[in-house]
Design a protein around this ligand. Structure first.
Ligand code: NAD
Length: 516
């Protein structure tokens, strides 16, 4: 297998779509490499190769597949600097952001699915005693791989949210074709090279570089689709998957609220607000995107958050670890969205306490920004910003915070901060989101046995946990009859006596319920 450097020609062509897609370093503006933009016919061929390779991969069994992932775990650690360098080259994120997520998530995930995958996919015996017609029969549920899984990913975490979802799909015995974001395809090509070196059979894992057209072509060819990206594209993907009649799982956008109660540890809540709104330059689907703070602690919270954010160092990762805190804006149109949300807020009366503008100079950076005096007439409180901003709103009480938190088309994640854990959990259960953290944020993503998925416009389905691998399987139910009469009571020919007997049996079994 050729290396990323060999496979992707280094010549520059200005991103001409007929020749390929130019991958730009957002921290410097330089063109890093060019990758091919695959047509529908290329995708069709790739899926055919995947389909031919899949039965052999499945037949290898869990242990042999797990060995490939354990080797990959070691490979990633041995090549950690290279992995981080490739991620940083196409994202302009800090070394720490790449290490904590793209490396810090993926290395444990390879081991997790190698170990837990077989357990989650073991045949399940279902009790038959409660069903009279199935009494004494053997009932079994088994999980068979769907065949070829298509994975389409975004640009913000080019390994976690693209390759990360391929691991359980592969572990289940499927072949996978991954279509990474056209903005950040190099990390996925590196993962392809890694698995080839770790012994994955040819054709089992392939990367199809290209844009939305390539992604759309994949939907018509595969047996199941895992999509991570924006809600707008997710709707299109769902329509295309419905037409192809394949299962499709959608991990989409969010507008995660943070609710800070008056009894919270304000110092910890403020540190967390600064970190979880600004890590990865705010380009995390589960970023803290808006904060609601009870009036008695509002001033202290705002002062602490602003103090933390004002001193953040911003820039590219070239200086190495510990030199910068906040990296680049990865996707060119994203800077317009961030600018638009801040401008809209200021025009409607918000105050900027820190940042509030594009950083002058080379590269694509937006200054870490704190907004106050905000409300729900502003885009920064209702639409996904996906940038280094934190709007903070004062609320009279927690009930108002809950009402505002739920006033959103999204329902990805949320967090509640309080000294009273029981109350925190009770409040969490009232928030319309797939995940709610109490006195924390984002860390649930690393708990690979805890399901993660959005409600409302934030998605359909979950990743992680048992369903994180079962979703890539066809569920098959087996009923096995061991001992049985020559003819069941309900079989032909019908006879009035047996009909009465069966009616009486129904009454005896279920007749104790209360009358309507
Ligand atoms: P996007 O929707 O623009 O693109 C995502 C992927 O879809 C890309 O690979 C793109 O080429 C492809 N695509 C575009 N049109 C397509 C089509 N018609 N058919 C198939 N594929 C198509 O999203 P983005 O800008 O790359 O990513 C940012 C978004 O992703 C944000 O909204 C963020 O919240 C979300 N996100 C969600 C999660 C999550 O777990 N919920 C994680 C990361 C990012």
């Amino acid at each position: 297998m050729a290396s990323v450097e060999q496979r992707v020609p280094a010549e520059t062509n200005g991103g001409d779509s007929t020749a390929g897609i130019g991958v730009e370093n957002p921290a410097t503006g330089e063109l890093v490499r060019t990758v091919p933009s695959l047509a529908a016919s290329d995708v069709k061929e790739m899926v055919a190769r995947a389909r031919a390779a899949q039965p052999g991969w499945d037949a290898l069994g869990f242990e042999a597949r797990g060995r490939v992932f354990r080797r990959a775990q070691k490979w990633m650690l041995d090549n950690a600097d290279r992995v981080i360098a490739v991620v940083c080259s196409e994202t302009g994120k800090t070394v720490e952001d790449a290490q904590l997520t793209d490396l810090g998530y993926t290395v444990p995930a390879l081991g997790f699915w190698a170990k837990q995958g077989p357990k989650y996919l073991t045949d399940e015996r279902v009790p038959s005693w409660s069903t009279p017609t199935a009494f004494a029969k053997k009932l079994v549920v088994r999980y068979a791989p769907v065949g070829v899984v298509g994975v389409v990913g975004p640009w913000n975490f080019p390994i976690v949210n693209s390759f990360g979802d391929c691991i359980p799909a592969l572990m289940a015995g499927n072949a996978v074709v991954l279509k990474p974001s056209e903005v950040t395809p190099l990390s996925s090509l590196l993962m392809e090279e890694m698995l080839a070196q770790c012994g994955i059979p040819e054709g089992v894992f392939q990367v199809a570089t290209g844009d939305g057209v390539t992604g759309a072509a994949l939907i018509g060819e595969v047996d199941c689709l895992m999509f991570t990206g924006s809600t707008a594209t997710g709707r299109k993907v769902a329509r295309e998957a419905a037409e192809a009649l394949i299962p499709c799982y959608l991990e989409l956008g969010g507008k995660d609220p943070m609710i800070v109660c008056a009894d919270a540890d304000i110092e910890r809540a403020a540190n967390a607000a600064a970190f979880y709104s600004m890590n990865n330059a705010g380009q995390t689907c589960i970023s803290v995107e808006r904060a609601y703070v009870e009036a008695p602690v509002y001033d202290e919270f705002v002062a602490r958050v602003t103090e933390s954010i004002r001193v953040l160092r911003q820039g590219g990762p070239d200086g190495g670890p510990g030199t910068v805190d906040v990296g680049a804006v990865i996707f060119p149109p994203q800077i317009d969205i961030v600018e638009d949300h801040v401008r809209d807020a200021v025009e409607k009366g918000a105050k900027v306490l820190s940042g509030g503008r594009v950083r002058p100079g080379a590269g694509r950076f937006y200054e870490p920004t704190v907004l106050v005096d905000v409300d729900h007439s502003m885009k920064c409180m209702t639409e996904e910003t996906f940038g280094p901003t934190i709007p903070i709103m004062k609320v009279p009480d927690v009930e108002e915070a809950l009402k505002l938190a739920n006033d959103s088309p999204y329902g990805l994640q949320a967090s509640v901060w309080t000294g009273d854990l029981e109350r925190g959990e009770a409040l969490a259960r009232r928030i319309e989101a797939g995940v709610v953290c109490v006195n924390d944020a984002q860390l649930n993503y690393f708990a690979l046995n805890l399901p993660m998925g959005g409600w409302k416009g934030s998605g359909i389905g979950t990743r992680h946990g048992a369903n994180g691998i079962r979703k890539y399987c066809k569920m098959q139910s087996l009923l096995v009859t061991r001992i049985a009469p020559k003819r069941e009571l309900f079989m032909f020919p019908y006879a009035a006596g047996r009909t009465r007997l069966l009616r009486r049996a129904l009454g005896l079994l279920y007749g104790r319920g209360s009358r309507p």
